[in-house]
Ligand binder design. Structure first.
Ligand SMILES: *[C@@H]1O[C@H](CO)[C@@H](O)[C@H](O)[C@H]1NC(C)=O
Length: 159
């Protein structure tokens, strides 16, 4: 937890001092014998911190995650688009409502622009096994006005 927060603040600092045009650093979410997950922010304006409690291709339900970001937009409503590709071809597109006005699923729903979110808790996911292979995952978080809140591209290698 401490390490995560420290890393998050370092990224925040990098974000303040970075000169334009460069890609964000690649972060390792997880690396063990059979699973490797790397991600990079694809929001030109900021990086963010993300980690998972468990690193296994057998994803358990309600996996605990940690997520830190500074909001550049209000998130009365928040949606996550996931696009899964393998060898450049899309195999799955999926949209998940994270925060809806009538159904705020997480404690951070409704937070305002400029606030810092630090979430540590269950991801509300189903359990499943990540099939063997190498995947590219594009993740986009956006609000009810379709303004980008966060963007990431990740590489997942399951063996
Ligand atoms: C993110 O996308 C860029 C550009 O396509 C790519 O070079 C980079 O390797 C990707 N990063 C990860 C962690 O998948």
């Amino acid at each position: 937890m401490k390490g995560f927060m420290a890393a998050f603040f370092v990224w925040t600092l990098i974000s303040a001092n970075r000169d334009g045009g460069q890609a964000w650093p690649t972060h390792t979410v997880c690396e063990d014998g059979s699973l490797k997950i790397l991600y990079q922010s694809c929001d030109p304006l900021q990086d963010f911190g993300f980690s998972v409690e468990q690193c296994s291709k057998y994803l358990k339900p309600n996996l605990n995650i940690r997520f830190g970001i500074i909001l550049r937009e209000d998130i009365k409503e928040l949606f996550l688009d996931i696009n899964l590709l393998t060898k450049g071809a899309s195999i799955l597109s999926y949209s998940y409502p994270v925060c809806e006005e009538d159904l705020p699923r997480f404690s951070f729903c409704g937070r305002r622009k400029g606030e810092q979110i630090y979430y540590a808790g269950p991801a509300n996911n189903r359990g499943f096994e990540i099939p063997e292979g190498e995947y590219q995952v594009l993740l986009k978080l956006y609000n009810e006005k379709h303004s980008m809140v966060a963007c990431a591209n990740a590489t997942v290698i399951s063996s």
